[in-house]
Design a protein around this ligand. Structure first.
Ligand code: 13P
Length: 253
């Protein structure tokens, strides 16, 4: 990966109350290598963002991301959170299109394109998630499926508009299952994703855009995964909830 940014993001999902979140952040600060050059992004649930922003304001190494934002600008959408709100409480990033959002909340590619538009309008970096289900890999349609996820969502943007984009390859069969992709499976798919980016947006864009791996990435396997040429870091679920494990992952480059 060499010249690209190194990024480790923790997706806390629907875990941690405010007091638990503050202790986790303190644990991360205690364990974090002060000389790390890795971008560290914490993605707590939306109600915790403002307090965590105050708690981490003087820590340039720790950035905040939301787990989702609405495709709408504002208005009568009870329970939803807008990109502008997320930005206003200190986020620089927002996860878009996580497989749990696609599966549990029926988010589709058209909607995800709108969410990315809202994120970019608010100067947020979208962490756009893609990845196949187990049965799609078994049918050997995983490459085509991932290509469709990328092109259908990103086709109407220019490379310039997507300057802040981060991609996260998260094979659904690896999420929360302990079944991590092998380094060969991860590298092969990441290289393919970079090729799709090159065909769609040109080589410069493909070469600089970070592609993270997610799915049972942990303190034991992160080093091997991050050593793959086209893996630029990780989007971490379960292992991001334990400070020592998360920091080991951050130190795995
Ligand atoms: P796990 O690391 O728990 O498998 O979750 C990955 C994920 O979904 C991150 O977004």
């Amino acid at each position: 990966m060499g010249f690209r940014r190194k990024i480790v993001a923790g997706n806390w999902k629907m875990n941690n109350t405010l007091s638990e979140a503050l202790s986790l952040v303190d644990g991360i600060l205690t364990n974090l290598d002060a000389s790390t050059t890795t971008e560290v992004i914490l993605c707590p649930a939306a109600p915790l963002l403002s307090a965590l922003d105050s708690h981490t304001k003087n820590l340039p190494k720790i950035k905040l991301g939301a787990q989702n934002c609405s495709e709408h600008v504002s208005g009568a959408y009870t329970g939803e959170v807008s990109a502008a709100m997320v930005k206003s409480v200190g986020c620089d990033y927002v996860i878009i299109g996580h497989s749990e959002r696609r599966m549990c909340f029926n988010e589709n590619n058209k909607q995800l394109a709108e969410k990315i538009k809202r994120a970019l309008e608010n100067n947020l970096s979208p962490i756009f998630c893609i990845g196949e289900k187990k049965e799609e890999r078994e049918k050997n349609i995983h490459f085509n499926l991932v290509k469709t996820q990328i092109t259908e969502v990103l086709q109407n943007f220019s490379a310039k508009e997507l300057d802040k984009l981060i991609l996260a390859y998260e094979p659904v069969w690896a999420i929360g299952t302990g079944l991590t992709a092998t380094t060969q499976q991860a590298q092969e798919m990441h290289a393919f994703i970079r090729k799709v980016l090159e065909e769609t947006f040109g080589k410069l864009f493909a070469d600089k855009t970070p592609i993270l791996y997610g799915g049972s990435c942990n303190a034991q396997n992160a080093k091997d995964l991050f050593a793959c040429d086209d893996v630029d870091g990780g989007l971490i679920g379960g292992a991001s909830l334990k400070a020592s494990d998360f920091c080991s992952i951050i130190n795995s480059f």
